[in-house]
Design a protein around this ligand. Sequence first.
Ligand code: GAL
Length: 345
Amino acid sequence: MKTLIENFGRFNDHVVEKIVLKNNNNFQISLLSQGAIWNEFSVPVEENKKINLLLNFNSIDSYYSNPFYIGMSIGRTGGRIKAGKLTLNDTTYNLSQNENTNTLHGGETGFHSFIWDYETFQTDDTVSVVFSKRVSPQDDSYPGVLDVEIEYILNNKNEVIINYYGKAVDQDTVFNPTNHAYFNLEQSDNILDHELKINSHQILSMGQEKIPTGLFKETAGTPYDFHKFTFLKNAIEDLQSIPEKGIDDVFYIDQPSDCPIATLKSNRFNHQIDIYSQRNGLVVFTANSFTSDMNLSTGKGHPYQGIALESQTLPDTLNHKNFGNILLKKGQSVTYQTKIAYTHN
Ligand code: GAL
């Protein structure tokens, strides 16, 4: 096990640190103190060859010069909140409206924008970093002070575990965090030859501006049916006539269980990642609208370069009774876990 701290340049006049965590099998993840960004998941694929399974940038400025939240920590709430209005205990809070009149991914100054404190830890079988911050309403316009910790663990089973801890300090608030990593298991041009399986039979129906209507749609017989392994190119080809030209949807996860909620597989390298989560939603976004002005470390941006698999509670939660519970009562705390388990088949 090994931990290294490197300099990742400066952003808004402060130093950004890159925390590199290595396990005993030559796997490596790295995280940035800015945005608690997950920057790298490198795995050995052939003798003397490692590939990074995540899209990333070599400079911190490039992360913030596009609207795609690449690798960023997202909170207090992932997804869109209609008209930026959050009603809690009969009070309506006006959140930052950063996508038309709606709030996306915690607003302008969400978790992705913070400079996080951090501490690193090591045991015989794990290396980890815990990012922490006390978030106040002045920071992000959500109600109440929220203590947050985001922990990234790499272990010798080649799993990456993300723990999101939140505690409502002085009044009730909401907590529905996620991470916005984009995977490409081949470090290649696109994910069209990847296969995806999701433990889901329904997606959320969405109205204008991709706000959930409250209804669920069966996926059987549609391009969104990933109940069995399906090549992403099949779905993406079938979706060329819709404005998104690909997948940008919220999958409702069948009864949480010990099975993975999703598996992404590359036959080229004969490897896969299994995603585990106990929450009821998975946002899948196939990078449909990536643009050529993005200077990713592997080249210029273009559609379908990666796939974001964001485990979370269904978004716009407070506006729909049956979407789940993201409420944190004053004094209450919660930990959500997402596990990404790598296997070479
Ligand atoms: C996804 C969302 C997409 C897009 C993306 C970030 O979670 O569903 O519509 O906003 O984030 O650019």
